[in-house]
Design a protein around this ligand. Structure first.
Ligand SMILES: [Cu+2]
Length: 300
């Protein structure tokens, strides 16, 4: 009786503690729940092809080995009157089942490495829209180029908690750039080149629907991430490196919009950014000199 009473108390206390923990609010996936998510980038299907190749290869090996295993269990089970046979192994068989998997692994390694270099490490095309993303505990600072299509100059050395993007003071290209927190808006059908950096620890730019994963490393600038979205829609960017206590909530929205919608947004945001910059500059100017009193008043 006493023991069950204590157990009930412990259960209650656990439920209370559980109620204090905020629910991790991950984006709910409601399509294709039992399989990989759809792919929305050009070239993403090549990554899928590699995935399927490895999947079916593993599946075939699984079926083959398990069937042989089951057959041996049944065929050579203990039988009355049949003495156990001691086998010391078979060198030829061992060479075959060591060489074959080794060869398969080498081929897969070479194939995936080449694919990786071609699809994920190729330099970004010159017509790409360059977007600057700085990861931090726990979120994403995102900077889009304004109407001039050029990002203001930045350097890794300037990066700090007060200057998230490490911007170079006074660069005119940066005047119309606009920033957003945890929202990445890009046009469909255009090459987008993401420049990735980190303010503090290792994070990861992970977008399953893009078939894309890239760590952000403090002190390093990563320029080779680029892609082209094939359809409009809303997706999610999630940090995929356990980067601290708020990691579960480190995510951003990705909105893929039409070129017209993107142009309208850029025009609006650039204008607002320019106005803000003008106001800031006006506020930082020294106050205009107060007119000196007229000589007659001063003489009185
Ligand atoms: Cu993170």
């Amino acid at each position: 009786m006493k023991r069950s009473f204590r157990a009930a108390w412990i259960l209650l206390a656990c439920l209370f503690l559980l109620a204090l923990v905020p629910a991790a609010s991950a984006e709910i996936r409601d399509t294709n729940l039992w399989w990989i998510p759809e792919v929305v980038t050009k070239g993403g299907e090549k990554i899928d092809r590699l995935f399927y190749l490895i999947f079916w290869l593993t599946f075939a090996v699984f079926v083959l080995t398990q069937s042989v295993f089951l057959y041996f269990i049944i065929a050579y089970r203990r039988k009355r009157g049949v003495p156990a046979h001691y086998s010391h192994g078979n060198n030829r068989l061992e060479i075959v089942w060591t060489t074959l998997p080794a060869l398969i692994f080498i081929v897969l390694g070479v194939y995936s490495n080449r694919l990786w270099n071609r699809e994920l490490r190729a330099p970004a095309p010159a017509d790409s829209i360059k977007i600057d993303i700085v990861a931090y505990q726990y979120g994403w600072h995102i900077r889009n180029p304004g109407r001039d299509g050029k990002l203001g100059e930045f350097s890794q050395a300037n990066l700090s908690k007060d200057n998230w993007f490490g911007l170079t003071e006074g660069d005119a290209d940066g005047n119309d750039d606009y920033q957003s927190e945890n929202v990445l808006t890009i046009p469909v059908g255009r090459n987008v080149n993401i420049v990735l950096r980190s303010l503090d620890v290792i994070h990861a730019f992970y977008v399953p629907v893009f078939r894309m994963y890239q760590d952000t490393v403090p002190g390093r600038q990563i320029d080779w991430v680029w892609f082209q979205a094939t359809r409009t829609g809303n997706f999610e960017l999630a940090c995929s490196q356990l980067c601290g206590s708020g990691h579960y909530n480190m995510k951003a929205k990705i909105n893929i919009v039409t070129q017209e919608e993107y142009d309208t947004l850029v025009a609006e945001k650039s204008k607002a950014a320019l106005m803000q910059k003008l106001q800031k500059n006006a506020a930082s100017l020294p106050p205009p000199p107060v007119d000196a009193p007229p000589a007659a008043v001063a003489a009185k």
